[in-house]
Design a protein around this ligand. Structure first.
Ligand SMILES: *[C@@H]1O[C@H](CO)[C@@H](O)[C@H](O)[C@H]1NC(C)=O
Ligand SMILES: *[C@@H]1O[C@H](CO)[C@@H](O)[C@H](O)[C@H]1NC(C)=O
Ligand SMILES: *[C@@H]1O[C@H](CO)[C@@H](O)[C@H](O)[C@H]1NC(C)=O
Ligand SMILES: *[C@@H]1O[C@H](CO)[C@@H](O)[C@H](O)[C@H]1NC(C)=O
Ligand SMILES: *[C@@H]1O[C@H](CO)[C@@H](O)[C@H](O)[C@H]1NC(C)=O
Length: 562
């Protein structure tokens, strides 16, 4: 488990636990400095040795030269330290790990406490070591650690409905690569000011959950939630770019900490073809989105009842700390009321695939597990619109409205008002306070490849247009006996809040007894607001290959502050 592993790692290198021990006075100060000296010598020796062994240009970024002697040395020390670590662990976990786990606690669990913790008799083993060429003034090491342990960890859980359960976590199998950064390098003993450590790569993590004196399967949903919480806690609390900083010498090491670098704007538009989890009726889906699965940084959408093609049209913002490694994760669940929600599927997008300041519209395929991707079942897809804005930059959406020549005198006056109000806020935060108003003209040009609905292999299609937020509706005329209708009709909508409205087009087949829906197409107005005018082809969701040809035009009217 991440927290345990974190401690073990720190301990193994005499770092985390040196400090832990010092804090809890479990070790005399002499041992502590002996250990620190050894570690310092070891770290420096490794760099120099490796420089002698390999010319700098032949270093790959992750050098796995298994230096058997060094690993033996480390493992020997770890074996010796293990009983002490085991003894200290339960106290440390109670005082510092409980609050960590608490941050990842799912809503279904009302409280959790550790009641027993022994790390077992099997110490982890180091299976790989590498020295990375870091910046000047730091030493960077990567260590692979493997633990097939026999710990016994019991967590007392109380569920939201008042059920109390002692849950045992056992049979832990873990392999991962930890990164250690010794910095800043100083002249003073032990030659570095602080150590940062982080889980660079998780290669494997298995564990079993058991209800003490019962079967975990007797409480469906709970087991999944606990497993998810433990995995989230590990994946997030010590996984790179998140790092733990252990100050060795007194000093200010706040520059080593992870800091926010920008904001990710996410519009959760819709989902389609979600797996139906309910026997009666349809699923009641909602979404959970996060960059880091901390409880207070996870956003939850509304639940849409009885719908496998939900439209949410919700907007969320996330703090970004490291664009190169962080991802946005989305999980979709079926809301089961008082019971644990049922998982439908999840998806992930890498932030490094987003161009800063540029809106990206994506459909993500839902999978069961983000790591083991051999799931062939169709769980549905989710439609998002993403915009990453690094701090200090203005988004395209804002600069788009900046040129003053577009504005009338009244608007200029209004804008000045906005600007003078906002001088203290970073540019980025202005968007939220702005309402973008205008007229949207939609020309439904034609459709292609619509599915046949009558026995003659033809349909009588028409399109219903709807603005999701303002509920304005209109429709095209019905065209008889065609799968490739040409309407060429234009509709105007006055849009009050362009950044938060959606355009929905539904294609129907007219028949004597009513109408049958063939499919739909949902879009945000972001693109038309940015481009002012465009013609494009959109797939009709719900049909095998139906397409709509549309022309969209935006006539801006006014931008006012909310
Ligand atoms: C979330 O909780 C952590 C710890 O409880 C706290 O340090 C942090 O400021 C909180 N973040 C937000 C965005 O509220
Ligand atoms: C983001 O996703 C990539 C690719 O799936 C993965 O390798 C990486 O570990 C993820 N980053 C974090 C911080 O979880
Ligand atoms: C389409 O068919 C309906 C009945 O099937 C008929 O009433 C209508 O006049 C037809 N429209 C056109 C434009 O041919
Ligand atoms: C649609 O109508 C416009 C004029 O109203 C015309 O120029 C255009 O050619 C028409 N397009 C099609 C596909 O019929
Ligand atoms: C529907 O569209 C037509 C053609 O653009 C327009 O004349 C009519 O006023 C619209 N109806 C509504 C309710 O907006």
């Amino acid at each position: 488990m991440g927290f345990v592993l974190g401690f073990i790692l720190g301990a193994a290198l005499g770092l985390g636990l040196i400090v832990g021990f010092a804090r809890y006075q479990h070790i005399r100060s002499k041992n502590r400095s002996d250990l620190a000296a050894t570690i310092a010598a070891f770290a420096r020796m490794t760099v120099q040795d490796s420089r002698k062994l390999l010319p700098p240009e032949s270093y790959p970024s992750w050098v796995v030269f298994t230096q058997r002697q060094k690993l033996t040395w480390l493992n020997h020390h770890l074996d010796k330290l293990w009983p002490y670590i085991n003894e200290a662990a339960s106290e440390l976990i109670r005082s510092s790990v409980e609050p960590t786990l608490e941050e990842y606690r799912p809503a279904i669990i009302a409280s959790l406490k550790f009641s027993k913790l022994t790390l077992g008799t099997v110490a982890p083993q180091f299976t790989g070591i590498a020295v990375i060429d870091g910046d000047v003034g730091e030493i960077v090491m990567e260590l692979e650690l493997q633990w097939d342990g026999n710990p016994s960890i019991i967590i007392d859980i109380e569920t939201r409905v008042g059920v109390k359960l002692p849950i045992q976590v056992k049979n832990i199998g873990f392999t991962g690569v930890f990164r250690l950064m010794f910095k800043p390098l100083v002249d003073e003993f032990p030659c570095f000011g602080a150590v940062c450590y982080s889980l660079r790569q998780k290669k494997n993590l298995d564990f079993t959950l058991k209800v003490v004196g019962g079967e975990i399967t007797a409480i469906p949903g709970i087991s999944d939630s606990i497993e998810e919480m433990i995995r989230d806690a590990i994946e997030d609390s010590i996984t790179w770019p998140v790092r733990k900083i252990v100050p060795i010498l007194p000093g200010d090491y706040s520059d080593l900490e992870l800091k926010p670098v920008g904001i990710l704007d996410v519009k959760l538009v819709e989902a389609k073809e979600l797996t139906n989890k309910d026997f009666i009726g349809k699923s009641d889906p909602y979404a959970e989105l996060f960059i880091r699965p901390l409880r207070n940084r996870t956003k939850t959408s509304k639940t849409i009842n009885n719908q496998i093609n939900p439209i949410w049209n919700e907007h969320f913002e996330f703090i970004v700390e490291d664009v190169s490694t962080q991802n946005l994760t989305i999980r979709i669940y079926d809301d089961e009321g008082i019971q644990a929600s049922e998982f439908i599927g999840c998806a992930r997008i890498l932030l490094k695939d987003l161009q800063p300041g540029k809106v990206k519209d994506v459909w993500l395929k839902l999978v069961k597990d983000l790591e083991i991707q051999r799931d062939t079942k169709n769980r549905g897809q989710v439609h998002l619109e993403l915009l990453y804005c690094p701090f200090g930059s203005e988004s395209a959406l804002l600069t788009r409205f900046n040129p003053d020549f577009r504005l009338t005198d009244l608007e200029k006056a209004l804008k000045q008002d906005i600007d003078s109000d906002d001088t203290e806020k970073p540019a980025l935060h202005r968007k939220r306070d702005v309402i973008v108003r205008g007229v949207l003209s939609v020309t439904v040009i034609s459709a292609e490849d619509l599915p046949a609905t009558d026995f003659m292999g033809k349909s009588d299609p028409f399109v219903v247009l709807e603005m999701k937020k303002s509920k304005q509706k209109n429709k095209t005329r019905v065209l008889n006996d065609t799968l490739n209708p040409v309407w060429n009709q234009t509709f105007d909508f006055v849009v009050e809040d362009g950044l938060h409205d959606l355009l929905m087009l539904e294609v129907y087949d007219h028949d004597t007894f009513g109408k049958d829906k063939m499919g739909r197409c949902v879009m945000t107005l972001t693109r038309v607001i940015l481009e002012e005018e465009f013609t494009d082809v959109f797939p009709v969701d719900g049909t095998p290959s139906g397409k709509l040809n549309l022309h969209l035009k935006w006539t801006p009217q006014l931008i006012v502050k909310e």
